[in-house]
Design a protein. Sequence first.
Length: 86
Amino acid sequence: MAELVVNIPDELAHEIKGMHVNWQDVALEAVKSRVFELKLEKSRKLRHLLFKALVSESKMTEEDAMVLGRDINESMLKDLKNKGLI
């Protein structure tokens, strides 16, 4: 397993001292959440590019492209749920 070292300001370290929280779990969940956000943003950009390509060079209607986009979203959501990311 990889290791991530996080430096925090002394003031914050003082605030959290004595709190009975597993900060390793908190940090891991924060990293997972951010990775998910970044993948989702990348996915939005890819979907937008796909949409533009479909609309500009095909006979597909805008409505057809929107349906395709929704299908892609549903498929990606299912995949993320299967991977336990959401």
